[in-house]
Design a protein around this ligand. Structure first.
Ligand code: F0G
Length: 330
């Protein structure tokens, strides 16, 4: 089904017939099996590929609602602070809506693909000489002046759109899984998942939210957030589900990233593999059905591939030379 989140779940979202729908066909993302990792872990592992949204991350699900509402409410410009994916999504939906987009990003800390997306669609990208947390503080202050609509996940419409991932899981599986794993940066995604589950009122799977051991300098640049803005609400959702926050090292994240790519053919960005890294620490999982939310696409972060894989081998256009190089590489 290729429709929009707003059309698919209109009755459960804060929109009216007067709301101008700004959509790029987000949501309805694939839920695929992970047979090799399922065997290794002794579970039934399913991957919800939120990386297959229009801007290649989960952010589009909430951004369609936030930008549609900003347009309805007469905004002329949107603003966000971002480690990259919110920026790419906000910039793209703003372009679609004919709104200006101001992007605040921590200087030098955003993966190449995400920055390319925001620039390509014409956003004004400002590099903040500081951290994500400082950029968010500045964005909030500017938005409070009323000149720009804030489209970070502090915007309640973002959370409303984002909650639809829970509805989709039930639509596809017929019921909720036993466990859900996902990365934990600012906590907006976890909080929104909690909202969706609460509305479904059909039980709550155990939620395991993976945070980087060293939040600020982690290799998983998307979750390089020292001070999660949704910490209280997100951790309440997790505790109520009888799951936990799982702290994972960069080595564990990269190991999970490689396993997803090489054993399942799923190329995601490092932060998106954190949920799999967390699963390795979770007790009592044998035989359970687990959904891991793959939040962003691997093409967003080519630098990690550069550091973490073998470079291409130079060879002449000669069959023998190619055969010999291939044999050596195997
Ligand atoms: N995965 C990816 C790919 C992300 O981009 C983010 C957050 C997360 C996970 C964590 O989600 O913050 O809701 O707990 N990215 C934000 C951004 C911070 O600016 O793009 P969270």
């Amino acid at each position: 089904m290729n429709t929009s989140v707003i059309e698919r779940y209109r009755d459960r979202l804060p929109v009216s017939p007067a709301t101008p729908v700004v959509s790029l066909g987000e949501g309805s993302t694939p839920l695929v099996s992970a047979p090799a990792l399922s065997r290794q872990l002794g579970v039934e592992l399913l991957l919800k590929l939120e990386s297959m949204n229009p801007t290649a991350s989960f952010k589009d699900r909430g951004m369609t609602v936030a930008v549609s509402k900003a347009l309805e409410e007469g905004a002329k410009a949107v603003i966000c602070a971002s480690t990259g994916n919110t920026a790419a999504s906000a910039a793209t939906y703003a372009a679609r809506a004919g709104l200006e987009a101001i992007i605040l990003q921590p200087a030098g800390a955003v993966a190449l693909g995400k920055l390319a997306q925001a620039r390509a669609v014409g956003a004004t990208v400002l590099e903040i000489k500081g951290s994500f947390d400082e950029a968010l503080g500045a964005a909030r202050e500017l938005a409070a002046r009323g000149t720009h609509a804030l489209v970070n996940s502090l915007n309640p419409y973002r959370l409303e759109g984002q909650k639809t991932v829970a509805f989709e899981l039930v639509d596809e599986l017929g019921e909720l899984p036993d466990l859900i794993c996902l990365p934990y940066g600012g906590g907006g995604n976890t909080r929104a998942l909690g909202l969706g589950l609460e509305e479904l009122a059909s039980g709550v799977p155990r939620i395991y939210a993976a945070q980087a051991a060293e939040r600020a300098p982690t290799v998983a640049s998307a979750i390089r957030i020292a001070d999660p803005v949704h910490r209280d609400e997100a951790e309440r959702v997790i505790a109520r589900s009888e799951g936990s926050v799982v702290t994972v090292s960069d080595d564990e994240i990269l190991e999970a990233w490689r396993a997803l790519a090489r054993e399942e053919g799923i190329f995601c960005e490092p932060s998106s593999a954190a949920g799999i890294a967390a699963l390795r620490h979770v007790p009592d999982i044998a035989g359970r059905r687990v959904v891991c939310i793959v939040t962003g696409h691997g093409l967003k972060d080519p630098q990690v591939v550069e550091h973490d894989t073998e470079p291409p081998i130079q060879v002449d256009p000669d069959a023998d030379a190619i055969a010999s190089a291939a044999a050596q590489a195997e």
